[in-house]
Design a binder for this molecule. Sequence first.
Ligand code: PLP
Length: 399
Amino acid sequence: MSELMQKYIDDAEKALLHTYNRYQLVLDKGEGVYLYDLDGNKYLDFVSGIAVFALGYHYKDYDDALKAQIDKLLHTSNYYYNVPAVEAAMKIKEVSGMDRVFFTNSGAEAVEGAIKAARKYAFLKDGKTDHEIIAMNHSFHGRTFGALSVTGNPHYREVFEPMIGNIKFADLNDFDSVLACVNDKTCAIIMETVQGEGGIFPATEEFLTKVRQLCDEKDILLILDEIQCGMGRTGYMFAWQKYGIKPDIMTTAKALGCGVPVGAFLLNKKVGANSLVAGDHGTTYGGNPLACAAISKVLDLFKQDNIIENVNEVAPYLEKRLDELKDKYDFIVDRRGAGFMQGLVLDRPVSDVINKALSKGLILINAGTQIIRFVPPLIITKENVDDMIAILDSCLGTV
Ligand SMILES: *Cc1c(COP(=O)(O)O)cnc(C)c1O
């Protein structure tokens, strides 16, 4: 490593709060599906900033749209209308079939808004303030208090207790465990359509259908967190669109802005008309013109350049190549996921493999200690998959 890169790493450890154990490299620029560190080393990127850079780096039309918006108007207050926000809102309504959108700065904030909307909806029904939410074990919804409260990993929560309260945890794909949590106070059930951080667990169609029915019967709101699995990643714009069910509230972020910090929560007609009103919720930056110019362009480009079609064309090949690795190495116990959101499950920690891959020019990330996660840009080709598999194979040989 060059002295310069080492110096940045040393300075980082002097100045940044150490809340991440970072890999030992300073990323400097990106191009397409490749990243470069300060020393000019090239990396094939199968992480895309954790499911963010769906279009890869320096997608020309996207860059141009952002530059044009910077030259025009970067920020205004949400007390005024602005063109990019209106256009982004209309476009996201169209692709999601939801009725109302609130733009946030992050995924966690989208989850906060979703929880507030659900509680307000329930409050307007019975005037009570003791409503409960059912969340899933192994879920991840973000680091703020509301989002953390519905995150099904005690390790993330414990030292920050008390949480917001009135949260119960059930198991994904175990409908009886959900039923056991339901009572008259239940106002919402929240889950990721495909669990990400918790280990790449897709919700099954049967489970989602039953939960949807339960919610309809009892007027409980179904909140689907599509922050990681949404925006084309599973081969559908939103992962739930595969199942013929619809959420009452949905969250999105990560690839929504493809690199500009932005998220959103969306409400169906029923919740939109019976929850948050003027004064109930707000944000200074959320949905500002720059962020919304990004969303607007991303949604245009998904359509124009057939981004989701590429996922559906290349993802089966990624699955096939990963399955070959699974068959080759007996310490690989499972491969699961949907589209370009895949996990390879080992019977041992994966950190060595990931570090080795990094030293050979491949960026991968874990999801839990024993799962290698694959969340590449949605524009990757079969050739990129072959290159990734070749490097990964060479790292697995020596595990
Ligand atoms: C990343 C993530 C979040 C949190 O998003 P931030 O932008 O980091 O706050 C919430 N839910 C899911 C499913 C995520 O993957």
